[in-house]
Design a protein around this ligand. Structure first.
Ligand code: SAM
Ligand code: SF4
Length: 328
């Protein structure tokens, strides 16, 4: 059985982008009120007294867009200072990264994943829902800044959408050759925008690997991380290529993570809510950390039986929450 030692923490459900595959423009999203978010002191108390005593040592901060969270660098410094913390990382759309990267690094963050779905500014803006406000250059500046500051590994996340960005996947893969940039191709999942998924479908990772083999060849690779990516590299490249294949392959038996949503729900799986616990409400009702620890321990024991292929679609018959709400 895998040790469950990795917690993905959503810091905020809001975002300054409207990615078509995640929270498209016009989608009815009920944002959380500020007071409904798990506050910094609540999160730190949970980490200190509930999660680290149970063996959680690795934390990823995500959202929504985590760079919109006030006092982010300070929060990171506190998490990095916990004696048990072995690894802290962050996933961002990169738009605010150029201005925040130095503070985040100084706070102790070293690993960063930045979403970059296209090298073409128009395609990028169309996918990110930022047409007319051209965000590509600013994101690119964020990536360059993070690289120059020394973030390592620096990963670039690409959600592959047939007919939208699939013609430029080899250009994106080529970003891993000259610099130690780790490009990860993510299979599009039917969560966030069912209509787009029905229209476009998804491309299996193996098809992309074959394109890479045909062009450059493909070696086994390695990059530090906690994720379910299969890692390869273009022969001689400085960076790697990762493939996250949740549609074509079930990696539940390798899963080592739990997720804490921005409003403090602990869930055992992205797509399955079995046994989830409302930790924020419990804390605010004055429940003791020891009691919460026991509840989380029970969920940990249940986790190996939870499988995202047996998706719990919630009461709506579809996925009750989007990636931005759960923390992708
Ligand atoms: N806003 C940040 C970002 O975009 O990197 C962090 C949150 S975002 C929800 C985290 C990851 O989820 C991103 O890499 C995004 O591309 C991915 N994602 C969102 N919706 C997805 C979907 N329907 N299928 C596959 N990946 C998705
Ligand atoms: Fe925002 Fe990230 Fe979702 Fe795009 S994928 S809408 S950047 S949370």
């Amino acid at each position: 059985m895998n040790a469950i030692d990795y917690l993905r923490i959503s810091l905020i459900d809001r975002c300054n982008f409207r990615c078509q595959y995640c929270m498209p423009e016009g989608a009815a999203l009920d944002y959380l009120l500020k007071s409904a978010l798990l506050q910094d002191d609540e999160l730190l108390l949970l980490l200190r007294e509930v999660f680290t005593p149970l063996g959680f040592t690795r934390f990823r901060l995500t959202g929504g867009e985590p760079l919109l969270r006030p006092n982010l660098a300070e929060l990171i410094a506190h998490i990095a200072a916990l004696p048990q913390t072995q690894d802290i990382s962050l996933t961002t759309n990169g738009f605010l990264l150029a201005e925040q990267a130095a503070d985040l690094y100084a706070a102790g963050l070293r690993r960063i994943n930045i979403s970059l779905d296209s090298l073409d500014a128009d395609t990028f803006d169309s996918l990110a829902g930022t047409k007319g406000r051209s965000r590509w250059q600013q994101v690119w500046n964020g990536i360059q800044t993070a690289y120059e500051i020394g973030f390592d590994p620096l990963k670039l996340n690409v959600v592959v959408i047939p007919g939208v960005n699939d013609s430029e996947l080899m250009d994106l893969a080529a970003l891993s050759i000259e610099r130690a940039w780790h490009v990860r191709f993510i299979e599009f999942m039917p969560i966030g925008n069912d209509d787009l998924f029905s229209d476009r479908g998804w491309i299996p990772s193996e098809d992309i690997r074959q394109q890479v083999r045909d062009r450059w060849g493909l070696d086994e690779g390695f990059v530090l991380g906690n994720g379910p990516a299969d890692v390869f590299k273009i022969p001689g490249a400085k960076g790697t290529l990762g493939f996250i294949s949740q549609m074509s392959e079930c990696f539940c038996d390798r899963c080592n993570r739990m997720r804490l949503s921005a409003d403090g729900w602990l869930r055992p799986c992205l797509l399955n809510e079995t046994g989830q616990i409302d930790l924020k409400t419990a804390l605010r009702q004055g429940r003791e950390p020891a009691e919460l620890r026991q509840q989380v321990q029970q969920l940990l024991q249940l986790k190996p039986e939870i499988n995202y292929k047996e998706r719990d679609a919630g009461t709506t018959g579809r996925y009750a929450k989007t990636m931005s709400q759960i923390g992708g």
